[in-house]
Design a protein. Structure first.
Length: 218
């Protein structure tokens, strides 16, 4: 069984007659009937039953027709996408990013969309563990996340370094007399810590918490 036979079978079903199907396929009726017979023999089931002048699908035929439609549609989409992607003008780009990395796309995505207007962008969110799993499962094409992360299974490129910023209530700033542009971890002792928790694995959350524990901030 191949995609050509599935196309023949689907056309017979849609036209309701082998004669009309053969005409649509620009082929003679006997070869088309022979292909249907070969398909039934290979599968060992009857796919189409005659009811007077009409052709009716058997239960097995209904299952095959439903599956055949999906396969033919997927093949057509694949052919179009491969051709147009080779020309660099169409396709789907799936991106994954941690919440703290969304700003990375603010300037880059508009420029990309302007250059490739027919490319569809899919953006997914997750922590470093989730992004890594999505890449390994081929659910996304590119991931942007923060270290630490086990990079042994990935091809990667280091992007710009971002400093940590402590966001504090202005009353705390006055009480702690924080006038310097730099703050030591020890100065944050007694200040409640609010971080995005992670689902699994380790990353920025553990990095910050471990550093707080090291200087006994918490």
């Amino acid at each position: 069984m191949d995609i050509r036979q599935l196309h023949y079978f689907s056309t017979i079903v849609e036209e309701g007659q082998i004669t009309r199907a053969a005409k649509k396929l620009h082929m003679a009726q006997p070869p088309l009937s022979h292909q249907l017979k070969l398909l039934e023999e290979e599968l060992g089931v009857k796919l189409i039953a005659r009811s007077g002048k009409k052709l009716e699908l058997t239960n097995a035929g209904k299952v095959l027709y439903k599956k055949a439609q999906k396969l033919i549609h997927q093949l057509e989409e694949t052919i179009i996408e491969v051709k147009e992607t080779d020309e660099g003008c169409r396709g789907t780009l799936s991106l994954g990013a941690s919440k703290s990395c969304f700003s990375f796309f603010s300037e880059r995505l508009p420029a990309f969309v302007k250059k490739y207007p027919l490319v569809t962008i899919q953006l997914r969110e997750g922590d470093s563990f989730v992004i890594g799993e999505q890449i390994k499962n081929k659910e996304i094409d590119i991931g942007v996340t923060r270290l630490p992360m086990d990079l042994s299974e990935f091809s990667y490129l280091h992007l710009s370094k971002d400093p940590y910023v402590a966001v504090l209530h202005h009353d705390w700033v006055r009480e702690m007399d924080l006038c310097s542009s730099k703050i030591r971890m020890e100065q944050l002792k007694g200040i409640p810590l609010l971080l995005l928790h992670r689902i699994k694995g380790s990353g920025q959350y553990e990095l910050v918490v471990d550093e707080c524990r090291r200087v006994r901030v918490k």
